[in-house]
Design a protein around this ligand. Structure first.
Ligand code: 6PG
Length: 249
């Protein structure tokens, strides 16, 4: 099922998301003894991460944090997603270090992706070709429609077997590692957090069309729920849509 919610401010989105985190987390812990999440980088979730660190979520010992994607840079780099998530959330939340699964940067992006795939397979005790059922994956959308580090027209979009893949973005020689579509589409819950006027056009296109050139449109979990959390700015072009319902089958 897919739901779109629009909020008046970033603070309201964060409060809603904290409540949602609590509900999903408690349910997961009650049912399966642990709460598994994969978090994204980018600017939009920063306010949420900071608020969550200060919130009354008490179950960090049963919460396991993975990353949705990472840039091929050391953790000390200002562009490292792990660094951003660590500084805004993990350092302040008191989560046991063994519950954190950053995407470790190895000699090449390919090796880093292979290593992360193995860590995921080991954690979920996956048989070959199976995907984990992550309780919550928090995603953003780039202006070009990328989500996690699944960019338009990149090979990683076609990865069917490995949980993680390397990504090369030729124009800027930017290299990344990302969770793959089978993982996103096997999640129990996907939450897209998309803020700001610059995202209005891509939000409209993602929600309006089954457009295979928009990676975010390809996120359509087999059994999971998809929630779009928008602010009034990113939702500003949605009024012209009759329905918001088209994911790619
Ligand atoms: C990253 C991401 C990426 C991000 C979008 C949206 O590493 O940048 O994980 O997919 O979520 O680019 O970014 P903003 O939240 O900054 O708009």
């Amino acid at each position: 099922m897919k739901t779109t919610l629009v909020f008046a401010s970033e603070a309201e989105v964060s409060s809603f998301l904290i409540e949602k985190w609590n509900k999903l987390g408690l349910d997961a812990i009650e049912d399966r003894g642990r709460f598994t999440v994969a978090l994204s980088g980018g600017k939009s979730p920063l306010g949420f991460y900071k608020s969550l660190a200060k919130s009354k979520w008490l179950h960090w010992d049963k919460t396991y944090v993975f990353l949705a994607d990472e840039r091929f840079v050391p953790f000390s780099d200002i562009n490292s997603n792990y660094r951003v998530i660590k500084e805004s959330l993990l350092d302040k939340a008191g989560i046991p270090p063994e519950n954190i699964f950053p995407i470790e940067i190895k000699e090449t992006p390919e090796l880093s992706a292979k290593n992360y795939s193995q860590r995921i397979k080991d954690f979920w005790e996956l048989e070959e070709g199976r995907s984990p059922d992550i309780d919550l994956i928090l995603l953003g959308i780039g202006q070009d429609g990328h989500t996690a580090s699944l960019f338009p027209e990149t090979k990683a979009l076609g990865e069917k077997k490995s949980p993680a893949a390397s990504v090369e973005l030729p124009p800027i020689k930017n290299k990344r590692i990302t969770l793959t579509l089978p993982v996103l589409n096997h999640a129990r819950n996907i939450i897209f957090l998309v803020l700001g006027t610059a995202k209005a056009e891509i939000v409209k296109n993602t929600l309006a069309n089954c457009n295979r050139s928009i990676p975010a449109s390809l996120v359509n979990p087999v059994n999971g729920e998809v929630l779009f959390l928008l602010d009034t700015a990113s939702a500003s072009l949605l009024h012209s849509l009759p329905t918001f319902n088209s994911f790619c089958p």
